[in-house]
Design a protein. Structure first.
Length: 308
């Protein structure tokens, strides 16, 4: 996986979530807290998601073959979409169910200070993981806002990790709120409310991830500035009069397909057109290295012919 895939951020999140999950389950068993149990399931789901992202990054590196002539780059989009589904199915639905179930239970918390200690530890660990994700994202997001980065990034891993870590931190705060209020009031309903808050939070994050990764999976064009660079490279070629139309498609985060119909002079020879297309392809690859697959179709420049 490339640096843009945020492998360091994924590994940091995976290590943090595995250690936190164990602590949460121990605290849930000792205290009987539903919000701690929900947070434990949340961490397990996150750990599985990070493993899926690493698997997708590895499988995307396979060479193209006869069955997949454009390669496997979009596997990263598929696994990111699976992450969104897993986060919703396991994290959100379980938390909502557990919270609803706890509302009808009168069982109070046992040794709640265990839960408080684990939650404080988890918040510290998740903060380090979130800091790594922010640092990795800053290296590639440029001047974009965070929301624009999540919405428009062609590399799915960093937005997924960012939202997961942000959701994990908020979820821990919600769990700490539920446990603390139950300790203060002696009413276990607050623990259930904290669990329901975690479920709603995870549902919102998973829906955002599903919408964004579905768009990538279906196929997105290059960013406007990248398309402008491609157009400029094409139009600077000697044999290209103008671009009749152009389409771009991401075959993966760092691999772009470019297809364009270009206008040439009506009296150009086949050799001149072929040489011009080779020159245009070279200029495109120099301007935008991720443009790996390029198809240029020459056509008569009917506008200039009609004007004459």
């Amino acid at each position: 996986m490339s640096a843009g895939g945020g492998t360091k951020a994924i590994v940091a999140a995976l290590v943090a979530n595995l250690s936190i999950a164990v602590a949460k389950f121990v605290a849930a068993a000792v205290t009987g807290s539903s919000s701690m149990l929900a947070e434990g399931i949340h961490s397990v789901a996150d750990s599985g998601n990070q493993a899926l992202l690493l698997l997708g990054g590895k499988r995307a590196l396979r060479e193209r073959d006869k069955k997949h002539p454009f390669g496997y780059g979009r596997e990263r989009y598929f696994y990111a979409f699976v992450v969104a589904v897993v986060l919703f199915a396991i994290g959100a639905l379980f938390s909502l169910y557990e919270g609803w179930h706890k509302l009808s239970s009168d069982e109070g918390l046992r040794d709640p200070w265990w839960a408080v200690g684990v939650l404080v530890f988890a918040i510290i660990a998740e903060s380090f993981s979130f800091r790594t994700a922010i640092k990795e994202s800053n290296a590639v997001r440029g001047t974009q806002s965070w929301w624009a980065f999540v919405r428009h990034s062609k590399s799915p891993e960093l937005p997924v990790i960012l939202l997961e870590d942000l959701g994990a931190l908020f979820g821990l705060v919600f769990a700490l709120f539920g446990v603390s209020m139950s300790m203060v009031t002696g009413d276990p309903v607050w623990d259930a409310i904290g669990t329901l808050m975690i479920g709603v939070l995870l549902a919102i994050i998973s829906i955002i991830l599903a919408i964004e990764t579905k768009s990538l999976l279906l196929g997105e064009s290059a960013a406007p500035d990248v398309e402008a660079q491609i157009a400029a490279a094409l139009e600077s070629s000697s044999e290209v009069n103008r671009i009749i139309h152009m389409r771009t498609l991401h075959l993966g985060p760092e691999e772009l397909l470019v297809a364009a119909k270009i206008a040439v002079e009506h009296n150009d020879t086949a050799a001149e057109i072929a040489r011009g297309i080779d020159e245009a392809e070279q200029r495109i690859r120099e301007a935008v290295p991720m443009a790996r697959v390029i198809y240029l179709e020459p056509d008569l420049d009917r506008s200039s012919a009609n004007a004459g």
